[in-house]
Write a protein that binds this ligand. Structure first.
Ligand code: HEM
Ligand SMILES: [Ca+2]
Length: 339
């Protein structure tokens, strides 16, 4: 490995080629795009965008270039796809001028922004970043991104076609711990998927296993199923994957297992973020990614009023962890403020 170098900005990195990234991380991403380093709407969107960009790839060929930034460079085309609803306007409009200022290729920008945005969420693993993706050649075709109304068969088939096992698909869905929906029910934008949308904890894996009883807005809408908690959105896809014979144990194994979730998510994101790229041509600049805050207490609890009786489990081979119930009245989750 090359010796560590001290950059003109004072930061230390393993490769001088990475020095140019520190001002981009500090001044463009953290200060501007992420409002001073928040795990807010823009950080969530940056993470989601890395998925929608990379998944436009097939092991069989014939689809897009994977983690190449095509979703940003050709945003007029790709954001017209229905699965990409929810960012076309606010987030890409915000990211695009910052991307142009950065001087990075679209792929490097999308995947650096995802790694840095995720680092703002306490409890997240520190994601890797590799520099040097060439500019994208063409937009990805439509229908590469799974939709919440898709069947488990179709979702797992799409992940497999892109090179991901069912276990890796569930690891990727850890991302829904820092997530909210704007377009599933447009009457309630920013409706989170768990009670802690600013914390990268395992709460989402627990809450999706609770019996659903209500719709947070005017539901049911396409891709939406009953939620257990006021102000919380449940995707049909998360619901089904948490209960399907092929994935229920991978899902349940994440509950109250912060270390396992962090390492599984970091590993699968490292794969996702270079999908379709020639990694021999990329430089490891992971040391430019900020170190996320560690959770002081990674143990989760049932939300107030919930307990074991509310669980819908389908993994007989795993013992469900023993969890306390948080004190207080039945919760209402507040929306994530928009950009
Ligand atoms: C089965 C696969 C998946 C489906 C069906 C799915 C579906 C969705 C939907 C419908 C939304 C809300 C959109 C809206 O109404 O605004 C969403 C949000 C989100 N998704 Fe996924 N998703 C999947 C996998 C992933 C993966 C693999 C990642 C990242 C690794 C990811 C990251 C996110 C994030 C961070 C958000 C929140 C965005 C925000 O709050 O602005 N998702 N997802
Ligand atoms: Ca959370």
């Amino acid at each position: 490995a090359p010796a560590a170098v001290t950059c003109p900005t004072g930061q230390v990195t393993g490769n001088a080629a990475c020095c140019a990234l520190f001002p981009i991380v500090d001044n463009l991403l953290q200060a501007q795009l992420f409002d001073g380093g928040e795990c807010g709407e823009e950080a969530h969107s940056a993470l989601r965008l890395s998925f929608h960009d990379a998944i436009g790839f097939s092991l069989q060929g014939g689809l897009g270039g994977g983690a190449d930034g095509s979703i940003l460079a050709f945003n007029q085309t790709e954001t017209a796809f229905s699965a990409n609803a929810g960012y076309n306007l606010p987030y890409l409009d915000e990211q695009f001028p910052i991307f142009l200022q950065s001087g990075l290729s679209a792929g490097d920008f999308v995947h650096l922004a995802a790694a840095v945005g995720t680092s703002n969420c306490p409890g997240a693993p520190r994601l890797k970043f590799f520099l040097g993706r060439p500019p994208p050649v063409a937009p990805a075709p439509d229908n590469t991104v799974p939709k919440p109304e898709d069947t488990v068969d179709s979702i797992l088939a799409r992940f497999a076609d892109a090179g991901f096992s069912p276990e890796e698909a569930i690891a990727l869905l850890s991302s829904h711990t820092v997530a909210a929906a704007d377009v599933i029910d447009v009457t309630i934008p920013g409706t989170p998927f768990d009670t802690t949308p600013f914390t990268f904890d395992t709460q989402v894996f627990l809450e999706v296993l609770l019996k659903g009883t209500l719709f947070p807005g005017t539901g049911p809408h396409v891709g939406e199923v009953l939620s257990p908690i006021f102000g919380e959105m449940r995707l049909q896809s998360d619901f089904a994957l948490a209960r399907d014979d092929r994935t229920a144990c991978f899902w349940q194994d994440m509950v109250n297992n912060q270390e396992h979730m962090m390492s599984a998510f970091a590993t699968v994101m490292a794969k996702l973020q270079v999908l379709g790229q020639d990694t021999t041509q990329l430089i490891d600049c992971s040391d430019v990614v900020p170190v996320p805050q560690v959770l002081a207490n990674p143990n989760i609890e049932f939300p107030p009023t919930f307990g074991t009786a509310d669980l819908e489990l389908n993994c007989p081979s795993l013992t469900f962890p023993s969890l306390a119930t948080a004190a207080g009245p039945a919760p209402t989750v507040l929306p994530v403020p928009g950009s």
